[in-house]
Design a protein around this ligand. Structure first.
Ligand SMILES: Nc1ncnc2c1ncn2[C@@H]1O[C@H](COP(=O)(O)OP(=O)(O)OP(=O)(O)O)[C@@H](O)[C@H]1O
Length: 599
């Protein structure tokens, strides 16, 4: 296992080239993203205007001149004056300082608490992790607004202190994000290799862990900043901020009190808040696209250094479609319980094909069923995390889970024939889910079903539509099931050995169809298989399972060229032995190409 891992890190494992190259990337990349650039420019202008307020206006933001009350724009007041004659422009510019400083304080406190605790908990796990996670849950469980109000009552109306308290409230979000990122990377072989070669924890964290944490933290900071600006404005609006200072929230308060006399007073602070928050929100989105793009399948090209980082993408809600962490499935047994899935962690991103391979009985199907929520009643599953598109699947009731299944998460089973009800025509079986999930009329559903049958390559859709399952072939039945699975446009498709029961002559066609549909619809696809040929054909990333555990996760190409786990090598050897069509893949290590790129 270590043989290949140390190839990654010759001499000093800490110098893993992937990590080293990654480090330089994140901060420059957003500058190539137009939305990020526009947002950054806007925010820079807002910051500059606030910082340079004394240069841009000579008026005081707090001096009231009753004679100027409600003065229209022009003359001494370019944007007019408020109800007590204070200059609106000056208040807007100086108010920006308060809002931005408040946001900065909140984010800084959240990061100062969240990042180190997340690193410690994710890296050392165990009791420390349990205690910090428990504290984080406790803070998250407390109603934020109540905590803020109580803190204001205790500390007094001090905006900056209140923002520091808000930072504490936001810290668990940062903690969870960092912890999840660290968890996803700490089991990587290059981290193991670094440990084995005696590198200290601090160095490992700095070299291998921090580069992975950096991008999601930046993205979340932008989001937290937006939240903080809004909350800060709300506190000022309620008159709970520092007395007498100009702020956007205080301006809104004054404008609201004079809503009927001079509604235009709402415009300046309202626009300032909306533009700032929208720019921060869009910036966060753009940063996510820009900073995390390394990890999308599209960005993964053969030989690309980032490809050596199989599951380094943090298992976060923001770009992973499915995130599974420490999944366990157990069944009652005579001597207690039997664990058939033991600590499986897996992420699937939109548009990514993840293969789940392993010999029979290794727990592939049980993992898939646990994700689908389809375990038999005696089966028990638990996970540290099981989220789909940001939703915690563990928290969903039976009804909500059913609503997701078949609609946003679809399933293609192993045995096509036994998964079609022999008592109903194909058409009836296809249109039922569409009518239920998509609320289509019978006519619309029929049209869509026919179009789908045609799309999956069935030559006579009308005939098959009216046929009973026993009247069609196995290959056709599998196409029908695939048509049914994609009929409600799922985001995630789980295909469990979709070609095993088929004649070899149609297996390739069905795989091609799955791949085409997956690309067309940008679905995440989990492909359960024991066939490495299938993996080589269509998977972006692969998780190899043995005895209920994932022993290795790697980009498909790397798995074939550099299998790192003994078991993977054994599986490959046994699968690929004497199979001439696969020889090019087996020859790859001998070329040294991939190795060269790594060292
Ligand atoms: N209902 C059940 N009760 C007890 N054990 C079960 C049950 N269903 C499955 N198992 C056990 O769980 C383990 C994993 O089974 P699973 O079907 O996930 O394997 P697999 O890797 O998908 O294999 P295959 O490729 O043969 O489908 C097996 O040892 C199996 O015996």
């Amino acid at each position: 296992m270590k043989r290949s891992a140390t190839r990654d890190t010759p001499g000093t494992p800490g110098s893993a080239p992937g990590a080293a190259r990654r480090r330089g990337r994140p901060l420059g990349r957003p500058l190539r993203h137009p939305v990020a650039v526009v947002c950054l420019v806007l925010l820079a202008l807002i910051v500059a205007a606030s910082v340079c307020a004394p240069l841009l206006t000579s008026a005081s933001p707090t001096r009231a001149t009753l004679a100027d009350a409600f003065a229209p724009p022009g003359g001494g007041h370019p944007l007019g004056a408020d109800s007590v004659g204070r200059d609106v422009l000056a208040r807007l510019l100086y108010g920006g300082r308060v809002s931005l400083l408040g946001g900065f304080i909140a984010v800084a406190v959240a990061l100062l608490i969240g990042v180190p605790t997340g690193l410690l908990a994710g890296y050392y796990r165990g009791r420390l992790d349990a205690v910090i996670s428990w504290l984080a849950s406790l803070v998250m469980a407390a109603p934020a607004i109540m905590v803020l109000l109580v803190s204001i009552a205790a500390i007094g109306p001090d905006t900056n202190a209140t923002m520091a308290v808000l930072g504490i409230i936001l810290a668990p979000g940062g903690f969870r994000l960092v912890r999840a990122s660290v968890t996803s990377v700490r089991e990587e072989l290059y981290v193991d290799a670094a440990r084995v070669s005696g590198l200290g924890d601090t160095r490992i964290v700095r070299r291998h862990i921090l580069p992975v944490v950096q991008a999601p933290t930046i993205v979340q900071s932008a989001q937290m900043f937006g939240v903080a600006v809004v909350i800060q404005a709300g506190i000022e609006f309620l008159g709970l901020g520092s007395a007498g200072q100009a702020s956007w929230g205080a301006m809104l308060n004054d404008a609201f009190a004079n809503l009927y006399t001079k509604p235009s007073l709402l415009v300046a602070p309202g626009l300032a808040i909306v533009i700032t928050v929208a720019a921060l929100g869009l910036l966060a989105n753009a940063l996510r696209d820009a900073l995390l793009e390394t990890d999308t399948p599209a960005a993964r090209r053969p030989g690309r250094p980032g490809a050596a980082r199989p599951s380094a993408l943090p298992a976060r809600g923001d770009d992973s479609l499915l995130a599974v962490e420490n999944l366990r499935v157990t069944y009652p047994a005579r001597d207690g319980e039997r664990t058939v899935v033991d600590g499986v962690s897996l992420t699937v991103r939109r548009g990514e094909v993840v293969g789940l391979v392993g010999e029979s009985g290794s727990g592939k199907s049980q993992t898939a069923f646990a994700i689908l929520g389809l375990l038999p009643p005696e089966g028990r599953s638990e996970a540290d995390r099981l989220s789909f598109d940001g939703r915690d699947l563990r928290a969903l009731g039976r009804k909500e889970r059913n609503a997701l299944r078949g609609c946003r998460i679809a399933y293609v089973p192993q045995e096509p024939m036994s998964n079609l009800d022999p008592a109903f025509r194909i058409g009836t079986q296809l249109i039922d889910p569409m009518r239920r999930h998509l609320k289509l009329t019978a006519r619309e559903a029929r049209e869509k079903a026919l179009a789908l049958l045609e799309r999956v390559g069935i030559a006579e859709p009308e005939r098959v539509y009216h046929a009973y399952p026993h009247q069609i072939s196995g290959g056709m039945a599998q196409r029908v099931l695939i048509a049914g699975a994609v009929s409600c446009d799922p985001d995630l498709l789980i295909a469990d050995e979709p070609t095993t029961a088929l004649d070899v002559t149609v297996q390739a066609d069905v795989l091609d169809l799955l791949r085409e549909l997956q690309r067309e619809r940008r679905m995440g696809l989990i492909l359960v298989t024991h066939n490495f040929g299938v993996v080589a054909d269509i998977c972006d990333r692969v998780a190899v399972m043995r005895s209920g555990q994932v022993v290795e996760t790697a980009p498909a190409e790397r798995l074939f060229t550099e299998p790192r786990h003994e078991y993977t090598r054994m599986l490959l050897d046994s699968t690929l032995e004497n199979t001439p069509p696969r020889t090019p893949l087996r020859q790859a290590p001998a070329t040294g190409t991939s190795l060269q790129e790594k060292v």
